[in-house]
Design a binder for this molecule. Structure first.
Ligand code: FAD
Length: 201
């Protein structure tokens, strides 16, 4: 099989991977998203009891738990809940506010997934499913991946494989393994989902 080259390859077609793909695509980069699952965004579909609590208008950095509390400040300043709401409204998705600024789809989480996939298409980002990654190696100016659909190279590689929860939805520890392979420090994992308001235990 021939080697195909992209500016950006993203592993994981969940919420993070698709958002990254459309953003990179609109920046003019050639983008491929690969996922070993047979469908993208399975966790999006089950989120919010099937109606996706897609943002919270009152989110601030204080709502995020992290050993580095400053980590999310710049991210939240550059992309606010209102930015995501504007995107949702451009796609005509009806939504409703529950308690404390929590916004849910009126109909179904599928609308959020469809919106992200449509934006990926408009941005020229390709999504390839049922594709597993065998190895990743660093090469000059980027990365080389051996996958079930051949050899791929890219300048930028994004690991968006999600966390360990719900393996039946496609979750694996792959991201952690890759981080270790490239010498990044990996902290022990623990359950991260908690009721609102969250408290540090
Ligand atoms: C029941 C439930 C309800 C939720 N409700 C909400 C809500 O209302 N609002 C909210 O904001 N959040 C909600 N969440 C959390 C939210 O769904 C997740 O935080 C979010 O979907 C995570 O997105 P992600 O892209 O990081 O990871 P994921 O959605 O897990 O995506 C990772 C992708 O990577 C793929 N992958 C994994 N390993 C590999 C590999 N080795 N090779 C190739 N592909 C791989 C997987 O198949 C998957 O498609 C909910 C979660 C659950 C479980």
């Amino acid at each position: 099989m021939n080697t195909a080259s992209y500016d950006v390859i993203i592993i994981g077609a969940g919420a993070a991977g698709l958002m990254c793909a459309l953003t990179a695509g609109y920046r003019g980069r050639s983008v491929l998203v690969i996922d070993h699952a047979n469908k993208p965004g399975k966790k999006i579909l089950m989120s919010g009891g099937g109606r996706c609590n897609f943002t919270n208008l009152n989110s601030t950095p204080a709502n995020f738990l992290s050993d580095n509390p400053h980590y999310c400040i710049s991210a939240l300043k550059r992309y606010t809940p209102q930015h995501f709401l504007d995107l949702v409204e451009r796609h005509g998705i009806e939504h409703e506010e529950k308690a404390a600024g929590q916004l849910f789809c009126k109909d179904s989480s599928k609308e959020i997934l469809d919106m992200l996939l449509t934006e990926c298409e408009w941005a020229g980002a390709e999504v390839r499913l049922k594709t597993s990654v065998k190895t990743i190696s660093g090469v000059d100016h980027g990365y080389q991946l051996q996958t079930s659909s051949g050899t791929l190279t890219c300048e930028s590689l994004v690991i968006a494989c999600g966390g360990l929860s719900i393996p039946t939805m496609g979750a694996t520890g792959f991201g952690y393994d890759i981080a270790k392979q490239f010498g990044l420090a990996v902290l022990p994992t623990r359950a991260g989902w908690c009721p609102s308001p969250c408290t540090r235990s």
